[in-house]
Ligand binder design. Structure first.
Ligand SMILES: *[C@@H]1O[C@H](CO)[C@@H](O)[C@H](O)[C@H]1NC(C)=O
Ligand SMILES: *[C@@H]1O[C@H](CO)[C@@H](O)[C@H](O)[C@H]1NC(C)=O
Ligand SMILES: *[C@@H]1O[C@H](CO)[C@@H](O)[C@H](O)[C@H]1NC(C)=O
Ligand SMILES: *[C@@H]1O[C@H](CO)[C@@H](O)[C@H](O)[C@H]1NC(C)=O
Length: 403
């Protein structure tokens, strides 16, 4: 005899009585089993159970409308969760393309003509400092700015004996402006001391905050927390996104009117500014401004990348390539900030403010740095010797732009 195959139930001969006797078809059971049969798996005319036909409760054909709705809702929820997770993961992983740009050297500020590249700011301090910014000839006469073949110094005045309306200092703004570039700042000494608020930064002061501000080096008083790198912008520039940086992210909205204009900052280690930084012979800060984002690197004197040219190696044939450097101290990707439109016409600015909106606050002057009394009293009453460390010293500034 031939048993029917699963695909051809009628392959067996109908006249094969041995088979028929041995395999009575279930649907020929007597009526006494009718109740049982009505609940048993449904068999088709061939005696084979239909796929999926189990019990009436499991049979979708018998499901109530309610069951179908619950199933549909569950499926929709799962699909939504999968889509939301995929979107969130994709969004969180967004990161710009920082691939190598073809840079060439466009500006070098160095040597005894260092300050020829700058204008001296003489107006009232926009940051409410207790300071008098001195013009170019005055700064040279008072030795507030001083440059030799190997370095350039900008300092707070030590000679002033009447400081009851503020002490003299200098603030210089580069004549050249930049929309993008790779900036290499060789810094030999950073200013520090009670009441000081020094910064090495870029901005377009006459179009602030429209054209943005990039604070490459900034600290207050004794710089107990090291350097803070910060951006200040108009609206729609946020940094709560994926970043690749060694520094500690502070507030992430760069909009000037949020968080009391504290900007979106990144804090470095204590070795990145002030006494520790100076004791190590300073270091090199590099800032790259490009459409993909803004990144700032700090290299201590003992760990300069081989392609970072310094004041001691005056070579112009080596072009620095950030893609070969270790992770940046601060990373401001363009993910949720159109860097190209927020940062334009940037001048390089160097100053040493006194007191004012940041250094003069109790929270920073007293609590953080442990300075005595009030900031204004300190400036008014301390002799010039209190400012012996309040000076910048630079090897050189170099600016590279992509061809
Ligand atoms: C000016 O300052 C520089 C750098 O601190 C110093 O070397 C130089 O002696 C000063 N010049 C005068 C005339 O004080
Ligand atoms: C660029 O910046 C300079 C210096 O701050 C300013 O005088 C000038 O008006 C600015 N130019 C434009 C086109 O914004
Ligand atoms: C922020 O910038 C706007 C101009 O865009 C200005 O009116 C406002 O005073 C600024 N706020 C602060 C806190 O600097
Ligand atoms: C890079 O720029 C230089 C100067 O403009 C040009 O000669 C060179 O061909 C460029 N190289 C690449 C790879 O684009």
């Amino acid at each position: 005899m031939t048993y029917p195959s699963r695909s051809s139930p009628y392959a067996g001969s109908a006249s094969d009585s041995e088979y028929l006797n041995a395999q009575p078809p279930p649907y020929t059971q007597p009526d006494s089993n009718a109740r049982y049969l009505s609940k048993s798996p449904a068999a088709n005319a061939s005696g084979f159970y239909e796929k999926g036909a189990t019990t009436s409760r499991g049979n979708p054909k018998n499901w109530s409308r309610k069951c179908w709705i619950i199933l549909a809702v569950c499926v929709i929820i799962i699909v939504i969760i999968v889509i939301v997770v995929a979107v969130v993961v994709t969004r969180e992983n967004r990161y710009p393309d920082y691939s190598t740009l073809n840079y060439s050297l466009v500006d070098t500020f160095s040597g005894s003509s260092f300050f020829d590249n700058f204008d001296y700011f003489t107006g009232y301090d926009p940051a409410a400092g207790f300071v008098h910014y001195v013009d170019g000839p005055g700064s040279v006469a008072l030795n507030l700015t001083y440059a030799t073949a190997t370095s350039a110094v900008l300092r707070v005045d030590l000679s002033d004996t009447d400081t009851t309306t503020g002490r003299k200092s200098a603030r210089v703004t580069s004549k050249n402006t930049y929309n993008d570039g790779l900036f290499i700042f060789d810094v030999l000494h950073s200013p520090y001391g009670c009441s000081t608020w020094p910064a090495l930064w870029l901005s377009d002061p006459s179009n602030w905050p429209t054209n943005g501000e990039i604070d490459v080096m900034e600290a207050t008083n004794l710089a107990p927390e090291g350097n803070q790198v910060t951006l200040h912008t108009t609206k729609d520039c946020k940094m709560g996104v994926k970043r690749k940086e060694t520094g500690k992210a502070l507030t992430t909205n760069c909009l000037n009117s949020t968080d009391g204009d504290s900007g979106c900052g990144v804090q470095g280690s204590t070795a990145t500014f002030g006494e520790d930084f100076n004791n190590n012979g300073g270091g090199v800060y590099a800032m790259e401004l490009r459409d993909a984002g803004i990144r700032v690197w700090f290299f201590d004197r003992d760990n300069l990348p081989s392609d970072v040219t310094t004041s001691t190696s005056n070579s112009t044939d080596v072009i620095p390539d950030p893609s070969t450097w270790p992770e940046a101290l601060a990373d401001f990707p363009s993910t949720e900030c159109d860097i190209g439109s927020h940062f334009r016409n940037q001048s390089i600015i160097v100053d040493i403010d006194l007191c004012g909106d940041w250094a003069g606050q109790t929270q920073y002057y007293n609590t953080q740095s442990g300075c005595p009394g009030t900031c204004v009293d300190y400036v008014s009453n301390q002799p010039g010797s209190a400012y012996s460390n309040a000076y910048w010293e630079f090897g050189s500034f170099r600016v590279y732009q992509a061809a």
